[in-house]
Write a protein that binds this ligand. Structure first.
Ligand code: PXP
Length: 242
């Protein structure tokens, strides 16, 4: 059984579409906790396209479950993380032009910088997870850095058609998962997981944490839409004294 980290970035995406105050990811985090979330995950991006600094500050004070900050190895964000001290930081690559985090972190190619960021975070009491493609060389590099956890990027699995292609991607995740565990790190996974494809990922031996965002926010819009319309219909169906 894995624990569920609910990524609330896309509640903020909807708010930022109007640069207004709603929907508030802080409210969403509270509702996620009521729904049973074991963790709240958010990504403070360099370009602040969804989550804002204020969200992180408030969530640090209000979230009662694990707070997981996704972040790039960027100096400004590192300083914020060291001050706010989430329970966990998940290091991800970040490119301005990407729609979402498109690949895993290249620990092999950026060993010195990632090592420095891991050490700084750990010195500030923040546990560190590295978001990696299911590749042996990256996992071995993460182990050398003594990362606490590896979050396997499930994006390729999620995009693969059910059948041999998806089975192959799943097998790669299972193999990578066993490497992560045998190196003594905790096993996490996430990206692109939804109500249809999550079960085989939960079944990977010793899977500890799944971080899921877009599909939960998408479903929340659908399951809540009817009630939201009903409430507005009620308001417009009566003439209220002003
Ligand atoms: N894990 C990591 C490291 C991510 O970058 C993301 C996307 O922000 C997720 C999990 C959640 O992915 P999704 O929104 O597709 O569920």
């Amino acid at each position: 059984m894995a624990i569920l980290g609910v990524n609330i970035d896309h509640v903020a995406t909807l708010r930022q579409a109007r640069r207004t105050y709603e929907p508030d990811p802080v409210w969403a985090a509270a509702l996620a906790e009521l729904g049973g979330a074991d963790g709240i995950t958010l990504h403070l991006r360099e370009d602040r396209r969804h989550i804002q600094d204020r969200d992180l500050e408030i969530l640090r004070r209000t979230v009662t479950v694990k707070l997981n900050l996704e972040m790039a190895c960027n100096q400004e964000i590192l300083e914020i993380a060291c001050r706010v001290r989430p329970d966990q930081a998940t290091l991800v690559p970040e490119r301005r032009e990407e729609v979402t985090t498109e690949g895993g972190l290249d620990v092999v190619g950026n060993f010195a910088r990632v090592s420095e960021v891991v050490k700084t975070l750990r010195d500030h009491g923040v546990s560190v997870s590295l978001f990696l493609d299911p590749e042996a060389c990256q996992i071995e590099a993460a182990a050398k850095l003594e990362a606490d956890a590896v979050e396997l990027h499930t994006g390729r699995y999620a995009l693969a058609k059910p059948g041999p292609q998806r089975d192959q991607e799943l097998a790669a995740l299972v193999t990578a998962g066993s490497l992560v565990r045998s190196a003594g790190m905790t096993l996490h996974a996430g990206h692109g997981l939804n109500y249809q494809n999550v079960r085989p990922i939960v079944a990977i031996p010793e899977m500890h944490e799944l971080n899921i965002g877009h599909s939960i926010v998408a479903r929340a819009v659908m399951v809540g839409f009817q009630q939201a319309v009903r409430e507005m219909k009620e308001l417009v169906s009566h003439a209220y004294p002003s």
